[in-house]
Design a protein around this ligand. Structure first.
Ligand code: DC
Length: 225
């Protein structure tokens, strides 16, 4: 079974995706982490973000792997665990830039399809193009969204807990900046997949979102039997 969860950043996709996968006994794949890993590699190699050719060459030669360490899925870049480093704000920005390059997308989409198909019981994938490009025939497609202000508020509170100094206004501006880049890029822009269930999480808590998704899945499965 393949479950696609798409939507803008900060809509709660990865939190929901992880819990959903665990409840249903499926593999969870955070595809954004893969774009982030490429972004981190570009930053480390000091490549000019405008130098697309060098970025593509680098991406072709990177090893990106996920390892299940106990309760957590960690991401490894060329053998190094970079799960924490990829969450840096500078990496978020670079990930969004490299994700506009079609060749980079092709490399990562292929890897995502491979991981999805090889998952023993199935896979929950979260990203921006899962239901439109990676798995257009997914068994379930969800589009989780929320108002930019609600997403910025959540991100701001998360950052505060981590001790980051970014203000709410800066966080909102970053989210709007990323939304614009993710929705306006030519290759696989963020859009609502055909036949997707759209859920606006602005006024919902985690439990409510999760129970809505689980209800949809169980109703559909009952109807199919
Ligand atoms: O979900 P995230 O914030 O970790 O994603 C990081 C960046 O990668 C984001 O700017 C959009 C991009 N991305 C993408 O283009 N396609 C995906 N399937 C996942 C993420």
């Amino acid at each position: 079974m393949i479950i696609a969860i798409d939507g803008p950043s900060g809509a709660g996709k990865s939190t929901i995706g992880k819990i959903l996968a665990k409840k249903l006994g499926l593999t969870y794949l955070d595809t954004g982490a893969m774009y982030r890993a490429v972004g981190l590699a570009v930053l480390r190699a000091n490549i000019d973000p405008a130098d697309t050719k060098t970025i593509i060459n680098l991406a072709k030669n990177l090893s990106i792997e996920f390892k299940d360490l106990g309760d957590e899925l960690r991401i490894f870049l060329d053998g190094e665990d970079v799960s924490e480093q990829i969450r840096d704000e500078s990496v978020s920005k670079m990930a969004s830039i490299v994700s506009t390059i079609p060749e980079v997308r092709r490399i990562l989409v292929e890897l995502q399809r491979q991981i999805g198909m090889e998952s023993r019981n199935g896979c929950v994938l979260d990203g921006r193009d899962i239901g439109t490009v990676v798995f257009p025939d997914a068994d379930f497609k969800f589009f989780l969204t929320a108002k930019p202000e609600a997403r910025a508020r959540r991100r701001y509170e998360e950052n505060l807990k981590k001790g980051a100094q970014t203000s709410y206004e800066e966080t909102l501006a970053e989210i709007q900046d990323r939304d614009l880049r993710d929705t306006s890029r030519l290759d696989s822009p963020l859009q609502i997949p055909e036949n997707a269930f759209v859920i606006d999480t602005s006024e919902m808590d985690l439990e409510e979102v999760l129970s809505q998704l689980l209800d949809i899945i169980s109703q559909r499965r009952k109807a199919a039997n």
